[in-house]
Ligand binder design. Sequence first.
Ligand SMILES: NC(=O)C1=CN([C@@H]2O[C@H](COP(=O)(O)OP(=O)(O)OC[C@H]3O[C@@H](n4cnc5c(N)ncnc54)[C@H](OP(=O)(O)O)[C@@H]3O)[C@@H](O)[C@H]2O)C=CC1
Ligand SMILES: O=C(O)[C@H](O)COP(=O)(O)O
Length: 478
Amino acid sequence: MSEITTYQYYVGGKFVNSTSGNLIDIECPYEDRVIGRVQAISKEEADAAIAATKSAQIAWADTDLFKRAELLNKWADQLEIDAKDIAQIIMQEVGKTWNDALKEVTRTADFIRYTVQEFIHTNDSSMSGENYPGGSKNKFAIIKRIPLGTILAISPFNYPVNLSVAKLAPALISGNAVVFKPATQGAISAVKIIESFDKVGFPADVLQLITGKGSDIGDYVSEHEGIDMISFTGGATTGRHLSSFSTMKPMVLELGGKDPAIVCADADIDKAVAEIMSGAYSYSGQRCTAIKRVLVNDAVADDLVARLKTEVEALTVGMPIDNPVIVPLINKGSADYVADLIADTIAVGADLLVGNKREGNLIYPTLFDHVTTDMRLAWEEPFGPVLPIIRVASDEEAIKIANASEYGLQASVFSENFSRAVAIAGKIEAGSVQINGRTERGPDHFPFLGVKNSGMGVHGIAKTIDAMTREKLIVVNL
Ligand SMILES: NC(=O)C1=CN([C@@H]2O[C@H](COP(=O)(O)OP(=O)(O)OC[C@H]3O[C@@H](n4cnc5c(N)ncnc54)[C@H](OP(=O)(O)O)[C@@H]3O)[C@@H](O)[C@H]2O)C=CC1
Ligand SMILES: O=C(O)[C@H](O)COP(=O)(O)O
């Protein structure tokens, strides 16, 4: 049997062991084996990591922008060079298919390059006093975007590379230092991207990778006085908990969702079926932006349901290396939760059309018709491959049910009448509404936000830079 690798955390520009001596086993979601161990660092080590960013950040912010840009671009290049190695770990650690794992790395390299360009072209501006009544040419303002200091980046398991770098790159290009706390199931992927980072010669202490369970060190680092801003992506419960003690600390939260696909009576059903299938089931529904309920007009419901049933029955199911649509869920707890939700939905009388089969963490794709608003599945976020269909009599009823959710991340509206679709989109309480397309984050330079329990603040390259910087005016009086 091959030796289990122990991965180190990263501080002071070096990979080191924690003096705590505590290690966390990272289990493969789809094979009964430990794929590696990560360090569970102590609070004292977190203190030291945060403290060391302080002088490093000042020097980093003072480094010429072209030099910061050059290093970040080299990191993007290095990620592409290391892509297969990183993708292998993503696949083994979070059970993403090989193709999707590779795509996640290239998407991340693109993200870094765009972020560099975005900041270079927007960081400084100026205003002349003469533009305002009573003002004068003799007064003008140089407006700079300056970093907030040390950013705490906390990322989730499901996109362990992309959603981490979506915080690290904007922070670094704008002159911040970063303390990066990845999801524990995702921490080896985080080590891999920091190995690439380490190869290109960034100064020590501008980025520290700290590993350890959120339940042990999460509150401690989030409340830490050395942290100047928190960028968090994860579940709504964790996000709400963090926001409960974030006094005077800027924070952006990207949380869960229950994105509806509203299918109107005049929808192109072929289009709706294709988009719903990919929106709901890819990566077994483990996307914050997955379509998590269908609200279909009675007039087209039978047709839509029959076609969805055929498509769900044909979905490929298996192990990540074979690139199926449906892969095992992240862990036993998640699979238990989804299985329980399926059992409950059957018990309360919805029509099970496909699914309700489980092998270990693999939950087969499941489709329910005639789900009603008194059922848990109408409201809870499964983060698994189970889709409820709720039939509605009108657009108004669809909007009402869509908006009754505690979440408001995204929604899709399917209609061939553009005016109708836009009118519905205007009434949906969500960060984004997609017309005739699946709910999704990308392209990554679009603003990305959730309302209600789906988040606070805005992500997306330019918006993330905004959130991690503030304006500083130097007013010149000639
Ligand atoms: N809106 C969005 O953009 C996205 C939202 N999500 C949402 O994330 C959820 C799935 O991700 P998952 O990783 O399970 O989410 P969790 O909320 O469980 O974990 C997210 C991160 O928070 C950390 N954490 C846990 N407890 C604390 C704490 N007390 N203080 C600080 N940090 C803590 C976790 O660390 P540890 O792993 O060590 O517990 C992890 O790094 C889903 O609800 C999904 O919808 C996912 C992706 C994108
Ligand atoms: O947050 C998520 O789950 C991902 O960012 C979703 O990204 P995608 O919509 O591009 O899959």
